[in-house]
Design a protein around this ligand. Structure first.
Ligand code: AMP
Length: 119
């Protein structure tokens, strides 16, 4: 059996996290190292390692991530001013946890998407 990811352990409540939403497809919890006043991770309950591992079977679940993101943005009071959704993939994407997840970040102006010194 493969080792459970950190996020699988959070989903199964083996380790604590500030879970703000959970249903049969998705779990959302506050990032332990927030980059903005709101920083929530929205994670499919199915452990898909990266975007490279997505299949057409995952369409429904991945579409649901956006529905949950929209609802949580409203709950957090950041929907009107806007926010950023991002998914890191692999080494160049600086993905740290290999269980696909969407970051919902907002609550302040976030600036440009990438810093200018990344060339
Ligand atoms: P990524 O770089 O896209 O893989 O993002 C991983 C995110 O997981 C980072 O923003 C971390 O701060 C966050 N993180 C790591 N461990 C935990 C944890 N135990 N609870 C909540 N968030 C975590």
């Amino acid at each position: 059996m493969t080792e459970k990811t950190l996020f699988r352990k959070i989903i199964e409540r083996e380790i604590p996290a500030d879970i703000v939403f959970q249903d049969e497809r998705v779990t959302a919890f506050r990032d332990i190292n927030p980059q903005a006043p709101t920083h929530i991770l929205i994670v499919p309950n199915k452990a898909i390692p990266t975007v490279n591992d997505v299949t057409s079977d995952d369409e429904h679940t991945l579409g649901h991530l956006f529905i949950v993101a929209k609802k949580l943005a409203k709950n957090e009071g950041i929907a009107e001013n806007g926010y950023r959704l991002l998914i890191n993939c692999g080494v160049h994407g600086h993905q740290e946890v290999f269980h696909l997840h969407m970051h919902l970040v907002g609550g302040k102006p976030l600036g440009r998407m990438l810093s200018n010194n990344t060339r």
